[in-house]
Design a protein around this ligand. Structure first.
Ligand SMILES: Nc1ncnc2c1ncn2[C@@H]1O[C@H](COP(=O)(O)OP(=O)(O)OP(=O)(O)O)[C@@H](O)[C@H]1O
Ligand SMILES: [Mg+2]
Length: 305
């Protein structure tokens, strides 16, 4: 694996508060690497260090062979960033927002116009080129952020929660575009709270919680190793645990009590479901295992609180 980003015991502190607590990872050229975790896990703090806009407190971080440092203009120039905050210029039109950025990147006039036309097409915003930002939906604004991030034809793209707050259709369009960029050879770093997004896009992920990496690996591998293939959720009061576990636990790989539910993890859930029917537990959900289950198992909490 030729790694283009290597972090070793990377730490970020804001005053006395540790937001990123000594994490290590390596990102290969051409892969989609995901940081999955709930609010406050340290995802944005991590990617801001990779993008060289936030100083590293301790540990080492190299990006394309160079130490990440706030003065590292080479990395900044070669990286496209889709920020979590929608930081478009509200006084300008869609086209003007892109034009201003093209100027930052020293793209000359005629090349900039060509590139902007291409990108507006890519994110399906041609018809909105003369619109003011206030006239765009959130999904359109997020697509414009993608177009803006691609102006300098970056080989490394960082997307920080690119689909937060979008409806399924808008989300799928963004997923398609990100996959397209990856197939064109870009390396993609994605942060997300959505397990489905991580499963759809990422070759490998790390699951972050409170500044630490809890688990790392390919999404399917993590699910298979930690959970198995199927999950059965039974809504039942905790005073039923002893009775239910005596019968059901031997039929599962593992189980968990979280809030109002008992979770059972199985590779083949049929024997367990047969018992559930016999026990007449109508408030039961049987479904495929997901990354959310991995997180739940590791922390006893849900990804989105
Ligand atoms: N500039 C800052 N000053 C002080 N604390 C900060 C700063 N930026 C982030 N933090 C804190 O660091 C922790 C990690 O924040 P970060 O934004 O990296 O999390 P995140 O995983 O991106 O969360 P979210 O999913 O909400 O975007 C949080 O507790 C946050 O309050
Ligand atoms: Mg964030």
């Amino acid at each position: 694996m030729s790694a283009i980003i290597i972090a070793d015991s990377l730490r970020k502190k804001y005053g006395d508060f540790t937001a990123v607590d000594g994490i290590s990872f390596a990102i290969a050229e051409g892969e989609c690497f995901g940081f999955l975790g709930p609010n406050g896990a340290g995802k944005t703090s991590t990617v801001r260090m990779i993008h060289c806009v936030s100083p590293v407190t301790s540990g080492t971080l190299t990006v394309q062979g160079l130490p990440a440092h706030v003065d590292n203009r080479v990395v900044k120039k070669q990286t496209g960033v889709i920020p979590q905050e929608i930081n478009l210029d509200n006084d300008l039109t869609v086209w003007e927002n892109l034009r201003v950025f093209a100027h930052f990147f020293d793209i000359p006039g005629s090349a900039a116009r060509r590139r902007i036309d291409e990108l507006l097409k890519f994110v399906e915003l041609e018809k909105k080129r003369a619109s003011k930002i206030a006239e765009l939906s959130t999904g359109m604004k997020r697509r414009l952020l993608i177009a803006r991030a691609l102006l300098n034809q970056p080989k490394l793209i960082i997307a920080d929660e690119p689909t937060t707050g979008l409806d399924p259709q808008a989300r799928h369009l963004i997923w398609q575009r990100l996959r397209q960029l990856k197939s064109q050879g870009a390396t993609l770093i994605l942060t997300t709270q959505y397990m489905e997004e991580a499963q759809q896009l990422c070759d490998r992920i790390v699951i972050m919680h409170q500044g630490r990496i809890l688990k790392a690996g390919a999404p399917a591998r993590l699910i298979a190793d930690e959970i198995g293939r199927e999950v059965t959720e039974i809504r039942a009061a905790a005073d039923q645990d002893e009775r239910l576990l005596a019968v059901l636990a031997p039929l599962a790989r593992g189980h968990e009590r979280v809030g109002d539910s008992l979770y059972f993890y199985c590779d083949d859930g049929r024997p367990l479901m047969k018992k559930v029917l016999e026990l007449d537990l109508p408030d039961t959900v049987h479904r495929p295992a997901s990354l959310e289950d991995v997180f739940l198992k590791l922390t006893g909490r849900s990804l989105i609180e």
